[in-house]
Design a protein around this ligand. Structure first.
Ligand SMILES: *Cc1c(COP(=O)(O)O)cnc(C)c1O
Length: 384
């Protein structure tokens, strides 16, 4: 019998059966009336999830592609941008803007640090004006979720627009595109949106449209204006991944049925439970021990052990996929994702398996407490 598989990574994430079932339906034609009905509903649901009455553009690409669309639509050669980075993704966006010939300033932190609004305000005051600030809401490589609202206020105070990577946070952690004045918000289908990889979204504010109208970097597939016009007629500019759009419609329906607030509260509880379980094992957290850190929990490996051994044994022997670290943290930490279609028993399973394998590898960990503690903390609800 094929081994049962468990996906406990912060992307891709597990997909609910209703969404998988939608993927098995016959392929629709993207200009046929039955697809237009789905397309219109998805675009409406995306506005609800992004919390905006403005445009949300839907692209067939990964999250990185959607971020690239923002750079090519908003920047001109030599554009002065400031990238705030404290991990893999923040650094990626700085490198990407450089590749496009932007003049990139960086507010760079050690991986695992939490960017602060005061640092950002100071940095912006030192620099000549920058037109655009890049922020990563949930830095998936470290488990840090920043205080987005305060960082946005600092950027706006200096007259810059903000481009937010919300790929792993949208649908998991509160995010208010309109109310917080976010100019561009990028997300992807394969994280909290409970859909397989392949679609990405970009919410665009009125101010961002104005900047895009003046920007001169070349663009074609990712030309926002072309996609906006096509979406307005429900006649997509190019062939979208139609089956993924049908699946995303179902997934967004599930998310909105649960309610965004309820989904965010569930993620906070999952994060709380996972951290409690890690600590009950006697391990040290790498990601912050705070409520906001509700996307992925990262922990240090016990002394002398390498997380690639842990992830390999979990995968090969138990069919369980968790994530090692990225970049310089690769072997030193492991990460358990808990975004999207996740419940407390997924957390208990992940923790039990980690405990089992670490024990086999000879780590001096406390056995038998972690899953129980996680379930208790989940049941307790929010601390007062
Ligand atoms: C997953 C992720 C991305 C995008 O990755 P793709 O592989 O291009 O979809 C970007 N930013 C963050 C924070 C992510 O977690």
């Amino acid at each position: 019998m094929a081994q049962k598989r468990y996906l406990f990574t912060p992307g891709p994430t597990p997909v609910p059966p209703q969404v998988l079932a939608a993927l098995s339906e016959p392929v629709l034609h993207h200009r046929a009336p039955d697809f237009r009905i789905v397309y219109e509903r998805v675009l409406g649901r995306l506005q609800e999830v992004h919390r905006t009455s403005g445009d949300v553009l839907l692209f067939t690409c990964s999250g990185t592609g959607a971020f690239e669309s923002a750079i090519v639509n908003l920047c001109s050669p030599g554009e002065r941008v400031l990238a705030v980075s404290a991990g893999q993704f923040g650094e990626r966006w700085a490198a990407m803007a450089r590749a496009y010939g932007c003049e990139v300033e960086e507010l760079r932190y050690e991986w695992g640090e939490t960017p602060s609004a005061a640092d950002l305000a100071r940095k912006l005051a030192e620099l000549e004006p920058v037109s655009l600030v890049f922020l990563v809401h949930s830095e998936t490589s470290t488990g840090v979720v920043c205080d987005l609202q305060s960082l946005v206020a600092a950027a706006k105070g200096a007259g810059a627009l903000v481009l937010v990577d919300a790929v792993s946070s949208l649908g998991a952690v509160p995010l208010e595109t309109d109310d917080w004045g976010l100019d561009v918000v990028v997300a992807g289908s394969q994280k909290a949106l409970m859909t397989p990889p392949g679609l990405a979204t970009v919410a665009v504010s009125a101010a961002a449209w104005e900047l895009a109208a003046r920007a001169t970097l070349p663009r074609y597939y990712f030309d926002w204006e072309r996609t906006r016009k096509a979406q307005a007629k429900l006649d997509s500019a190019f062939t979208p991944a139609v089956s993924l759009v049908v699946a995303l419609d179902v997934a967004l329906g599930l998310l909105l049925e649960e309610g965004l607030d309820a989904a965010c509260a569930r993620h906070a509880r999952l994060g709380r439970a996972c951290r409690a379980g890690i600590k009950a094992m006697g391990l040290e957290l790498f990601s912050p021990d705070e409520e906001r850190s509700a996307v992925v929990t990262a922990a240090y490996m016990p002394d002398g052990l390498d997380s690639t051994a842990l992830t390999r044994i979990l995968r090969d022997r138990h069919g369980i996929t968790i994530a090692a670290g990225q970049g310089e943290l690769k072997e030193r930490i492991f990460r358990i994702g808990h975004i999207g279609w996740f419940d407390e028993f997924d957390i208990a399973t992940a923790l039990s398996a980690v405990e089992l394998v670490l024990g086999e590898l000879g780590a001096p960990i406390e056995r038998g407490f972690s899953a129980t503690r996680a379930l208790e903390v989940y049941a307790e609800g929010a601390p007062v």
